[in-house]
Design a protein around this ligand. Sequence first.
Ligand code: GTP
Ligand code: MG
Length: 192
Amino acid sequence: MFNAQPKFITSATKLEECPPAGLPEICFAGRSNVGKSSLINTLLNKKNIARTSNVPGKTQQMNYYKLGEECFFVDLPGYGYAKVPKKERERWGKSIRDYLMDRESLKLILHVVDVRHDPSQLDEDFFYWMGMNEKPFAVVLSKADKISRNKVNQAKAKVRRIMKEMNIEVPILPYSASSREGIDEIKKLITE
Ligand code: GTP
Ligand code: MG
C-alpha cells in the first residue's frame, strides 16, 4: 500500500463533496498544528504532498489522497484554532462531525495529539465521542523527538489513564516526523 504512488484527489468542505465512497479511508484528526499533515507526508515518504506549516490552521478542507487503488488518506482541518471566525468554526465542526459519523467507508481515525501537551478538553471530548460511537480509532502522540523518552512514556501513560476512565481501549502510538520513530507501528496498524 505504501509503495503505490500517492495522488492528491480533491478537497471537500462537506460530506456531500467527498469522492464516491468505495475504497477504505483512513483519516487524520486533531487540533491545529499537532502534525496531521506531516504524518501523512511521513507515511507516504513525501516531503510536501500534504501542505504543512508552523502556523496553525494550514489545512482548511478535507484533503483526499489516493494510494494506488487501495485506499484514501484524508487530511482533516485541525480544530481549536482561535483565529478562525466562530461561524466558520461551527460550520467546520459540523462538516467534520458528519464525516466522522456518517462516512461508511471510513475504516480508521488517527487522532493526533502533540506529545508535549496534555490532551485538551476538545481532545477528551473527541475520545469520548469516538468511544461512545464505537468508532475505530487510535491516538498518535506526535513530535516525540521534542522531549525525552521518559517524558514520552509519561505522556502515553497519561492518555491511557484518561481512556481507561472512559472505558476505552485503543492503541496509543508515539511517533516523530523528524526521526521517523514509531512510523512502522502506525503503518502496521493502517495495513491491518
Ligand atoms: P493544521 O493543518 O493547521 O491543522 O496543522 P497540522 O496538524 O496538519 O500540522 P502540520 O503537519 O502542518 O505541522 C505543524 C508544525 O509541526 C510544522 O511546522 C511541522 O514541521 C511540525 N511538526 C509536525 N510533526 C512534527 C514532529 O514529529 N516533530 C517535530 N519536531 N516537528 C513536527
Ligand atoms: Mg494540516
